[in-house]
Design a binder for this molecule. Sequence first.
Ligand code: ADE
Length: 258
Amino acid sequence: MRIDVVSIFPEYLAPLALSLLGRAQEDGLLTLAVHDLREFTFDRHRTVDDTPYGGGAGMVMKAEPWALALEAVLAEQTGEASAANLHDGASVAPRRPVLVVPSPAGAVFTQAMAYELAEEPTLAFACGRYEGIDERVLEWASEAFDVRPVSLGDYVLNGGEVAVMAMVEAIGRLVPGVVGNPESLVEESHSDGLLEYPVYTKPSSWRGHEVPEVLLSGNHGKIATWRLEQQLRRTAARRPELLDGADAAAYGKAERAV
Ligand code: ADE
């Protein structure tokens, strides 16, 4: 998968070169390119913002630097995609690349969305700052991109960079081969719509706190039942709204378990 990020603070994204995603890049599973929006300005001050039409507080990101940056991203992405298509001998028309625009006014990012986006051959992220990007950029970009405004949650960040870090990490770890043991993706929170069960390691007795007996029993059936019960209890206590959307398979398992 190839990921392009456009930002006025490219250094913000530096941690994506570390750890699991860093190794994925070294192994050629992931290509991450970060572009500085100011490289697409031509005035002395490398201006990327201006005052909003209609008045109001703050500044709005100007359209033209974004158009130039996104054209450059598209050229790089379609270059690679066409090369891959030739290699596969594929004759189907390539789908429009996804452009994620992080915004508190977007659809809320979920694990389901992470799974969906992890299937894409390329992703582009446009990090807005200030009061946001001139809306016409999104209209214009939707000719070439599948534009998706996405929010990390119902709170306001200073810009899209931190949201992109979270989304790229959530998506990148779902790309096949990035996480060494794919089993660990199956058991984790949100994979079946429920929160994860609690986990313990040695010693079995620690500062007066004990590991639940059942986990020491060696009875795999009982352990599975206990874990599912814990998932349901936790989800009901901490995120009851998730129980409505939890996947049917989990409910089937749950009915057998409790
Ligand atoms: N930019 C500012 N706040 C944001 C949020 N909650 N999600 C995504 N991008 C943002």
